[in-house]
Design a binder for this molecule. Structure first.
Ligand code: GDP
Ligand code: IMO
Ligand code: MG
Length: 428
């Protein structure tokens, strides 16, 4: 099965970085298709954590090609910083990184606009990462965006940048009272990244086409999660791209008929960063314990993540929307210290039980979870590599999830490091 997509099944931060890094061992190409440096994918390498925001999570394996697709929005300063971080760690990117010539570029005015809107009383606060993601995708759809290939001809780049600059300057001043730095300063800064963008620039569709034609194992790495998808998530409390599996086709230029498998990554409980409905959120000592034991603080912004029990309504929605045929279950070890572990199997709304994700945010905001309870195991599972060595109650919990979801597990993750994994099935 040469082309697989790996997606987050909740509100992001499911452990995609660790899982994709592990699956990369079997892959030839690892390609990001959506989002930008709002993502933070953590990978442990020789016992040290590295957080990747833009570069695919296969980069630590020296023989893998890593592609940043046209569906990704790229902040050149974040890319340069990440490349420098990897080079310092001894990772060579020479002939291994390909950045789409059609990727839209995040400009400083996008970040100012993102933060301006978030702090304005006119709009609902989304709790964005402040990385300029929404305004950059908005410009892309408005056909005003600047793309990697625009850096080839600096005169044309200057023209496009100036047109955008003049517009954004007025809007930022008028709406938020923000002064934008001088044009020449911003343009000079931008040109400082020209060399690095052009060095890695390539045609991601052509790269993917070639790899698929050669029957290579291609892994498409999702960012964020299903519930943050701009169309299918908890709109408007979502990101601005399609994090669901379909985004891999548009975000990399792969025909849908070439995708063989979709795997989902899901935590053994639920977290969310930012605003928006979260039916199983725990605002009590249990939630605090999940945050503490799971080190649930954002990989990108450091914000504390909201925590709650596993939500099977969300998980089933993720399965049907993406066509998920196998799952990587992560962070089971974080549940080691509970007497009771709960799974939400449906929502109660106006006295009725709902088992499917309600399309209306008003309904979702007023849903109460219906729980199935499992006995806790109060034994250490962290680092366990063999399913049979798990405590009986942990096995019952995992089997219970499998039964509720109707999809099998590829792996069960018992810690942040690669070896802390129960491997059950191969991806390719
Ligand atoms: P991503 O955005 O989906 O890649 O996830 P993040 O990297 O933002 O957040 C997941 C966090 O959980 C990271 O700190 C990982 O190192 C950590 N992690 C991943 N899998 C496990 C696991 O099985 N157990 C524990 N305790 N931590 C894990
Ligand atoms: P990974 O790939 C968790 C959330 C933000 C906010 C909303 C919109 O690491 O799982 P944005 O900056 O995208 O406009 O913010 O989306 N968000 C994430 N939450 N993990 C992520 O990525 C996220 N990327 C965006 O917190 O609620
Ligand atoms: Mg993350």
């Amino acid at each position: 099965m040469p082309v697989a997509v790996v997606v987050g099944m909740q509100w992001g931060d499911e452990g995609k970085g660790k899982v994709v890094d592990l699956f990369s061992r079997e892959a030839d190409v690892v390609a990001r298709y959506s989002g930008g440096n709002n993502a933070g994918h953590t990978i442990y390498q020789d016992g040290k954590p590295y957080v990747l925001h833009l570069i695919p999570s296969g980069i630590f394996h020296p023989d893998k090609l890593c592609v940043i697709g046209n569906g990704v929005v790229v902040d050149p300063s974040a890319l340069a910083e990440e490349i420098a971080m990897l080079e310092k760690a001894g990772v060579s990117l020479e002939n291994r990184l390909s950045l789409s010539d059609r990727a839209n570029i995040i400009m400083p005015y996008h970040c100012l606009s993102d933060r301006g809107r978030e702090s304005s009383s006119q709009f609902k606060k989304i709790g964005t990462t402040g990385r300029g993601i929404g305004p950059t995708y908005a410009d892309k759809m408005a056909r005003a965006g600047i793309r990697t290939a625009d850096f080839v001809d600096t005169d044309r780049l200057r023209e496009k940048f100036l047109a955008n600059y003049e517009e954004k300057k007025k809007v930022l001043k008028h709406l938020y009272g923000h002064e934008i730095p001088e044009f020449s300063q911003l343009f000079d800064d931008l040109l400082g990244y020209r060399e690095i963008l052009l060095k890695y620039m390539g045609d991601s569709h052509a790269v993917m086409k070639r790899q698929i034609a050669e029957n290579k194992n291609v892994l498409c790495e999702g960012a964020q999660g299903v519930m943050l998808d701009v169309d299918h998530g908890t709109y408007p409390y979502v990101t601005s791209s399609n994090s669901t599996a379909g985004g891999a086709c548009t975000g990399l230029g792969i025909p849908p008929t070439k995708i063989d498998r979709v795997a989902g990554v899901i935590k053994a409980y639920t977290t969310r960063v930012g605003e928006g409905p979260f039916p199983t959120e725990l605002l009590d000592a249990d939630g605090e314990q999940l945050r503490k034991d799971g080190h649930e603080f954002g990989s990108t912004t450091g914000r504390p993540r909201r925590c709650g029990w596993f939500d099977a309504v969300v998980a089933r929605y993720a399965i049907e929307l993406n066509g998920i045929d196998a799952i990587a279950l992560t962070k089971i070890d974080v549940l080691d210290n509970f007497d009771v572990v709960k799974v939400c199997t449906g929502y109660r709304h106006n006295g009725k039980i709902i088992e499917e994700m309600p399309p209306s945010l008003d309904v979702l905001e007023n849903c109460e979870p219906v729980y199935k309870e499992f006995k806790g195991w109060r034994e250490k599972t962290s680092g366990v590599e063999d399913f049979q060595k798990l405590p009986d109650n942990a096995k019952r919990y995992i089997d219970g999830l499998r039964e509720i979801l109707g999809v099998g597990f590829l792996m069960i993750s018992t810690g942040p490091q690669a070896q802390e994994t129960i491997c059950l099935e191969k991806l390719f």
